[in-house]
Design a protein around this ligand. Sequence first.
Ligand SMILES: Nc1nc2c(c(=O)[nH]1)N[C@H]1C(S)=C(S)[C@@H](COP(=O)(O)OP(=O)(O)OC[C@H]3O[C@@H](n4cnc5c(=O)[nH]c(N)nc54)[C@H](O)[C@@H]3O)O[C@H]1N2
Ligand SMILES: Nc1nc2c(c(=O)[nH]1)N[C@H]1C(S)=C(S)[C@@H](COP(=O)(O)OP(=O)(O)OC[C@H]3O[C@@H](n4cnc5c(=O)[nH]c(N)nc54)[C@H](O)[C@@H]3O)O[C@H]1N2
Ligand code: SF4
Ligand SMILES: [Mo]
Length: 724
Amino acid sequence: MTTAHRTCPICDAVCGLKIDLDPAGRVTKVRGDSDDPFTQGYICPKGASLGSLDEDPDRLRHPMIREGDEWREASWDEAFEAVERGITGVIEKYGRDAVAVYFGNPTYHTMAGFLYRIPLIQSLATKNVYSSGTIDHMPKHVACAHLYGDPFAIAVPDIDRTDYLLVLGANPMESHGSLFCAPDMPARLRALRERGGKLVVVDPRRTRTAKHCDEHFFVRPGTDSVLLLGIVHTLLQENLAKVTLDVAGLDELRELTEEFSPAAAEVLCGVPAADIARIARELAAAPTAVVYSRMGGSVVEFGTITQWLVDVINILTGNLDRPGGPMFTRTAALEVFRTGQPFEYGRWHSRVKGFPEVLGELPTATLPDEIETPGEGQVRALINIAANQVVAAPNGPRFGRAFDSLDFMVCVDPYLTETTRRAHVILPPPRILQMPHYDFLMQIVMVRNYTRYSPAVLPLDDDQRSEAEILARLTLIAGGAPLQVPAGAVDEGFIEQLLTGATQMPGSPVEGMDVATLRATIEGDDGPEQILDTLLKFGPYGLSLAKLKEKPNGIDLGPLEPRLKELVCTPSGKIELTPEPIVADFARLRARLAAPVPEMLLIGRRQLRSNNSWLHNVPALVGGSNRCTLHVNPADVSRLGLGEKAVVRSSAGELVVDVEPTDSIMPGVVSLPHGWGHAGSSQRVAAQHPGVNANALTDELVVDVPSGNAVFNGVPVTVGPHAA
Ligand SMILES: Nc1nc2c(c(=O)[nH]1)N[C@H]1C(S)=C(S)[C@@H](COP(=O)(O)OP(=O)(O)OC[C@H]3O[C@@H](n4cnc5c(=O)[nH]c(N)nc54)[C@H](O)[C@@H]3O)O[C@H]1N2
Ligand SMILES: Nc1nc2c(c(=O)[nH]1)N[C@H]1C(S)=C(S)[C@@H](COP(=O)(O)OP(=O)(O)OC[C@H]3O[C@@H](n4cnc5c(=O)[nH]c(N)nc54)[C@H](O)[C@@H]3O)O[C@H]1N2
Ligand code: SF4
Ligand SMILES: [Mo]
């Protein structure tokens, strides 16, 4: 028996695991790694099931090619030839913009997903780049970009040192933190209260997090912006603000928020005015405090305004960038990407609806428009990596229809899913334990500076390809390189690009040095390891791949320290409290607030033993409390005369759902988890627990305008009894 160290790749908590394997390479046990200085042995039921997930017999082992409705196994050569024909055929006939690329959620966690994103986008040279970022956290990037100039200057709640945590629309007890990498959230939240701190939760549901807090407030979905405006109003009108940072726009902010008194906010958001004012005073008076918001304040109609207000309050209370407040990480491998160039957006626009590009991407919500609307630049082919839009995107069924109409679609995914079954070719990455793991992006949002590298635990078989090689090959195909060119050429090109950039960057430790000399110092067994080594060597900690390999439990790089001054790169050099694009969006907010309030609003619900759409094939993770039911307040159940089942209708569609009465949800709101609605996938266990597709109800036509982000929370619906 051997024991391997491996990072859990599922969620932002990045738990270090110890995995016991028998001589045949089968996982016999998965434990939290108690020697890991950051995650300290924490593990959740999903991590504990990593063995079953890894060994899932329904995972695809070979590339698949579809002919009509029939799928057949193919060799890698044959599959890549088919992809080359499909992609180059479309490029030659219709041009580069006719090929779209999509990066789904797991690409934020896998090593290959990070490493090949830039090369693939560069070699495709298309306007049509999409990701799950625009069905998730894009409002945070946009808010931070406008405030600080850097879309990646995302502050992390310093939960271990704070005295007061206000959580709006996040459920870290079940999600384990999001844009907030702090393993063992239950213990950290408990510790906050045990040391006399206060936890306040604002959520239309009494979540598991709310059950462990000091005060919980129901809020009408989609109105956190108004509640936060009431807090800003109080801070400014009562002269409680103590701004310690170099800001511009304080007077404009006072003027902008004047109309949003707590009394006005109460009418719209349902939280009592006295409580809004009190929370503002408590935030100002606490020795340290953090306001934090995720999906409930992001995938909403005014996501950018909400996320901007979160940071504005953290600035006004003097907490941003100090211990106990929200703080910024100093990453081991990504500092080289912090170029100090002010944020630009809208460098191009989507063809059909004119959405501005943000971070080089167009909104997921408009991808079907780009596929279905004829004309020059129409999307005819899609490279879909680790994404299941049919169940994860707004009006998912429309994505399915749009994908069916494509000339060519290739998916990189381990399963035949609701989405990948519409492809022409599926390229399966190997098993989880056959992949190396390094968390690039999670470093940006860690509660301590920390880094860990996990080499692949198991080798690849001859008939498998690493995900790195798959994505490198797609990069070459997109750039028109013949299939004979070795996939490693992409790594070499990327390393050279990094080295050249570093030698030309003023003030860099290698400024002016010779690229070939530097290249000779880079180590690693393959391209991805060498890229990692390059990035680590240019990082601020004097690290290298070799040093990481010596410490499989990870390396603690110390607590977060104030550093915002180095990050701010707005044209004025100041934090812009009232950026013009956000102020402009107030017209839309005012119009919405003046409109009639819908009778019922739909929100989502994440479940502890699930992760979006792809863990429902693990027997230990389905069933039990992970049920795809509609939570309805008992008062609504009787008012609407609901039985065991109900019909839910929205502007996008209609669903028949199982009703679960519970007073944990506020009246006037219903909740349905997403990622369910399994149909036509190869996942046999999931097929026995299909559930319904919540995104048959969400509407792709409504977005948060400044970010183009989708709206999943606060969807107007009607709910009625279902006549069996
Ligand atoms: N177990 C598990 N963990 C996960 C995932 C999973 O599917 N399962 N998914 C991962 C992913 S991809 C992400 S992005 C993160 C998300 O992490 P979180 O954002 O922490 O998770 P959610 O459960 O979506 O939390 C959103 C909360 O907002 C509430 N809410 C809905 N609408 C509103 C509103 O208008 N206002 C307010 N104040 N609250 C509202 C919901 O009731 C819910 O409790 O979780 C990650 N971790
Ligand atoms: N109604 C509603 N909808 C939502 C949300 C919500 O709160 N409510 N949340 C949204 C959020 S936050 C997110 S992030 C999105 C997620 O949206 P997506 O990223 O589209 O969906 P996932 O379910 O995460 O699908 C991931 C796919 O990647 C595959 N996969 C797993 N591991 C790997 C791997 O290592 N490599 C590759 N290549 N593929 C892999 C899985 O088989 C699966 O098909 O869903 C969004 N949708
Ligand atoms: S909390 Fe669970 S799913 Fe998330 S990284 Fe840790 S073990 Fe994995
Ligand atoms: Mo997400």
